[in-house]
Design a protein around this ligand. Sequence first.
Ligand SMILES: Nc1ncnc2c1ncn2[C@@H]1O[C@H](COP(=O)(O)OP(=O)(O)O)[C@@H](O)[C@H]1O
Ligand SMILES: C=C(OP(=O)(O)O)C(=O)O
Ligand SMILES: [K+]
Ligand SMILES: [Mg+2]
Length: 528
Amino acid sequence: MQLDLKEVATAETVKEEPKLSFSGRLDAVSEADLREKGFLGLRKTKLVCTVGPACAQPEELEVLASRGMNVARLNMCHNTREWHREVIRNVKSLNEEKGFNVALMIDTEGSQIHVIDHGGSSSVKAEDGSAWLFTTEKYKGFRPLVVQVNYDGFSEGIVVGDELVVEGGMASFKVTEKIGKDLRCTCIDPGLLLPRAKLSVWRDGKLLDSNPGLPTLSTKDWADIDFGISEGVDFIAVSFVKDANDIKQLKSYLASKSSESIRVLAKIEGLESLQNIEDIIEASDGIMVARGDLGVQVPLEQIPTIQEEVTRLCRQLNKPVIVASQLLESMIEYPIPTRAEVADLSEAVRQYTDALMLSGESAVGSYAEKALSVLCMASCRMELWSREENRQSLLSQDQLAVSLPERIAEQICNCAVDMANNLSVDAIFVYTKHGQMASLLSRNRPDAPIFAFTDSSSTRKGLNLHWGVIPLEVPLSDDMEYNIVETMNLMKVGGALKSGDSVLVVSDISPTSAMSVMSQSVLVRTID
Ligand SMILES: Nc1ncnc2c1ncn2[C@@H]1O[C@H](COP(=O)(O)OP(=O)(O)O)[C@@H](O)[C@H]1O
Ligand SMILES: C=C(OP(=O)(O)O)C(=O)O
Ligand SMILES: [K+]
Ligand SMILES: [Mg+2]
């Protein structure tokens, strides 16, 4: 259906509505990218950066934001709440003053067992056959051959003969004696002990659940969550999720605090989370494949297939997924990545992950900006290749929805993307309240970018994690014609839409009952 835009724009039926506000403008980065590279040049894969001492100053955050950071992650394992508060406020000021749209994520510490900073040099070598004491005693300073462990109950359930493995294999120790809560051990696999290195316990080649009594969310985590609510973050990533109840519990807490708009992400980093993976994905608003701790709990050679399977399941169940940890680890120290790192992150992009994440590369590394541009360039290159190879046509998508209105929305989005690809439209516009149709369009990984117009600031921030979606906040009217004309004008003013461009339009802003079938629409417009 081809419509004459000029005719629509001058039609008398157009109501007087408030003009689109400043926030309705395209974010500064998409606008610049669009001008430089055009619609098809826009990056689809989203980028998450962990903020640490190396990038926390406003100027440093601005560099990351202008280079494409979509989400700033704060790892609550480290530093003080005051420090994190300052970062959150700096990011929000940047958004307001410089027109960025960076969302904020806090990541809980969770109940993990790790080595306490030993106060010595940044790493300590454990020699083969050397005798060590793992203790819960609290002391300051460095003692040779003693390792301080953070959790008082860490040795419960551990017996003589068990193995303590540091960071998934940096070093291993055999338990030779239990002395109260402490363990005497012999190093059987020499290596390095880094500050805060994580510990796992193995018996007869099998991982033990060494902290069965510990809740997924500790008292400190709940305090950090309250902090996140009061600072108005957009995402909470929950570490060491065991089952769907962990997520449901947090979501009902958020609802009780009228903060249900905060999205809850489940981090897949333990054996139990893998056993309950489908339920966890269904209960959460998104997933992080946390390969760091996953590598402590499962043999490393299983991680690639777990990543691919979790990524596939997330798209199937229409939840955004982040592939995280060690993507460009060598860039913490060096200005260029290894070829293997580029191959690894490109593989995640080829699997159509929604987002990639930097950890130490941005938090403590010397080359955060360079690492981010490696992610940008490698993602764009792989996205282009996937388009040219027509890889999305290989994607099989089983039906997701159950109720009739949901099935209709899903079918509209599947067909709309098919149509957009076949017609080679320049852009897809979707008008959306809660982001549902924007995510259903994204799920199909279309060639054209999806501009999602919403009147909810939390929907806008939430959509920051979805592949190929550029969210904008605008006042929406019940009059669809008005919305279309205003947003087309908005995009024309910024120079994003030009004469001859074609746009496919989808909407879910009418009531979402079966009665709304008629008002959910797909149409294609050519700009004159
Ligand atoms: N807010 C922070 N303050 C200080 N250091 C941080 C902060 N966030 C991250 N880091 C540092 O960056 C490293 C990588 O971050 P991340 O992968 O999130 O943590 P972890 O190593 O605990 O899994 C951390 O080990 C820590 O040294
Ligand atoms: C992202 C991860 O979690 P964290 O950095 O909090 O340990 C991970 O383990 O890969
Ligand atoms: K964490
Ligand atoms: Mg982890």
